[in-house]
Design a protein around this ligand. Structure first.
Ligand code: ADP
Ligand code: MG
Length: 397
């Protein structure tokens, strides 16, 4: 996949009507519907401001949640329009439909320097089906398509990909940054490239492990998936997360790493607990020697040393998946130590994956990483080497 894409700086936006796909899929309070974090709205501001300051008329759109059968007032983007308006310090005109009479009339009347927001794109059944008729109707509202919704580029929907068949399509600053860092790490990494892979399951990371084995110099395995690797080597894992169906696969990956000369590091010790609970009793044991009735919830101190040494002289580090159950402070030490080690390297450090990003933020290391991806699912698919439809559809540089 070519990830060198045109951005809003490469085209003339003055006097243009710009359909801007944002990721306004904000978390909401279940009871009141109030926006509980406006981070995604804030993240879109640089692109929006650039467009407005350069004389574009901005028609913003996004999905919110997963409405099943057309419009659902609980999932209206109206509160987002309000919050966006406060953040921008200017009126955000709200259309009560996506491609209906209201949207068309308001888009037609929109002037340079003004911004409007369409209603939730998933209120249109054609959105998730990537219906060409919906894509065309969206395109008819504008002269240029700008995508800045990295969190949605792994989906081929009408507003994330289909619309680009009918309009010139370029990226905003958020996607540009994601492509620069994730793309750089995958396609032209500063070496040695170290990939740290963790999280709960081997099965959810097969694509990532397999692809990174082709690219990385060192792969570090931690988190719940490490126990399937340990069991594959004949270790005792007690009640740890174990995916019996993936033992052969794990062995295959170990062999593949050896054949390719990729250093594959597995935990040498583990912190195991007598229950999956924040206050469980715990002890440190050697890898593969977890007693019956105990489960591994974090990497042990020797493993921490091994892994921190392995990232010390890296050129690039890609991290996907926490080293343990970081949600419980007693089992967050491995994840924290790795985050700290990354903050001390001169390597380019890239965090992909929703929980990994949450862990780094929760532990207070977010501002010391080179790049934390804003798209959980999208960054995973990028690391898997898959083509992202919402990126592929943009004009090449
Ligand atoms: P990401 O979202 O960054 O891709 P995952 O979703 O794959 O990461 O994994 C994150 C989850 O893995 C966390 O909720 C964490 O508690 C869990 N996890 C990590 N280590 C273990 C373990 N040893 N046992 C059980 N769960 C674990
Ligand atoms: Mg996750």
């Amino acid at each position: 996949m070519n990830y060198n894409k045109k951005t809003i700086r490469d085209v003339d936006v003055t006097g243009k009507k710009v359909l801007l796909r944002c990721d306004f899929n904000v978390p909401q309070d279940k009871e009141t519907g109030a926006i509980t974090s406006d981070k995604r709205i804030v993240a879109a501001l640089p692109t929006i401001r650039y467009l407005l300051e350069n004389g574009a008329a901005v028609i913003a759109c996004s999905h919110l949640g997963k409405p099943k059968n057309g419009p659902d007032p609980k999932l209206s983007l109206a509160p987002v329009a309000e919050r966006l308006s406060e953040l921008l310090g200017q009126t955000v005109i709200f259309a009560h439909d996506v491609i209906g009479e209201d949207a068309k009339a308001k888009a037609a009347a929109l002037q340079s320097g003004e911004i409007m927001l369409l209603e939730n794109t998933r209120f249109e059944p054609g959105e998730t089906k990537n219906d060409p008729a919906l894509a065309k109707a969206l395109a008819d509202l504008a002269d240029l398509y700008v995508s800045d919704a990295f969190g949605a580029v792994h989906r081929a929907h009408a507003s994330t990909a289909g619309v680009a068949a009918y309009l010139p399509a370029v990226s905003g600053f958020l996607i540009q940054k994601e492509l620069e860092f994730l793309g750089g790490a995958i396609f032209s990494p500063k070496r040695p490239l170290v990939a740290i892979l963790g999280g709960s399951k081997v099965s959810s990371k097969i694509g990532v492990i397999n692809n990174l084995l082709e690219i990385a110099d060192t792969i570090i395995i931690g988190g719940g998936m490490a126990y399937t690797f340990s069991a594959a080597l004949g270790g005792k894992v007690g009640d740890s997360l174990l995916e019996a169906d993936w033992l052969d696969y794990s062995r295959e990956m170990i062999e593949k790493a050896a054949a390719k000369g990729v250093k594959l590091l597995l935990p040498v010790d583990t912190v195991c607990a007598d229950a999956f609970a924040p206050g469980a009793n715990f002890q440190v044991v050697k890898a593969g020697e977890i007693p019956d009735g105990w489960q591994g919830l974090d990497i042990g101190p020797e493993t921490v040393k091994l892994y921190c040494d392995a990232v010390a002289d890296a050129g690039t580090v890609i991290w996907n998946g926490p080293m343990g159950v970081f949600e419980f402070p007693a089992f967050a030490k491995g994840t924290e130590a790795v985050a700290k080690a990354l903050s001390h390297t001169s390597a380019i450090t890239i965090i992909g994956g929703g929980d990994s990003a949450a862990a780094v933020e929760q532990l207070g290391y977010a501002d010391q990483m080179t790049h934390i991806s804003t798209g959980g699912g999208a960054s995973l698919e990028f690391l898997e080497g898959k083509e992202l439809p919402g990126v592929a559809c943009l004009l090449d540089k």
